[in-house]
Design a binder for this molecule. Sequence first.
Ligand code: ATP
Length: 233
Amino acid sequence: MLTVEGLCAGYGRLNILHEISLTVGAGEIVALVGANGAGKTTALRAVSGLIRPTRGAVRFDGAAVHTARPDRIVRAGLVQVAEERRLFGPLTVLENLQMGAYARPAGERAARLDEVFELFPILAERRRQIAETMSGGQQQMLAIGRALMSRPRLLMLDEPSIGLAPKLVQAVLDAVRRIRDTGVPVLLVEQNAAQALAVSDRAYVLESGTIALSGTGEELLHDDRVRQTYLGL
Ligand code: ATP
């Protein structure tokens, strides 16, 4: 569904990504793991159109999107949840979710809301709570829920586990699996390599802006280099 070919991107004259190539197929969770500063966020930004690649191509369902504006990329169904979550803090959970689908017909909004509540029952319980008063894990679920309200065809998550207690990390990654099972493939950027690899169907290891390794999550979990460098084993 998503094909990234020979992508180069950076900031100003500083090139960060050096010809990275990756794919995300229908029904897959694909993880992009790597150390702090390896270029994971930059890769997502380049796919989302937030920065313009200097070389290479991004194709979504065969259509080239690397020259498209970010709003068109979102409308095509390629939706990113940024690391900073960007919730509307003073608004309620329900209002935040509704913001995610404001352009959709009312009937569809209601159906989406039911689906999001089924995926994250905590959001249904807390629908009247002010977003900024929720815990980090709940806010992460809300950010993902809001993205799902726009009916993405592929979801990109930037470090959804950041700052969360281990139990909540697992809860968020379990939700990622359920999202995949509803038919929405996920490109998951994580520094938390062990848990990300365990949940992903396939994964890529990014080192200094290049893809150093790739394989199934299972293969990479057992790879000596990955174990030493990223899992501390
Ligand atoms: P992290 O886990 O810290 O987010 P990352 O793998 O996502 O790491 P990036 O955020 O993509 O890495 O950063 C890759 C490199 O790009 C780093 O050296 C960083 O300093 C640099 N960088 C990131 N954002 C900018 C920016 N807006 N302007 C200039 N350089 C940037």
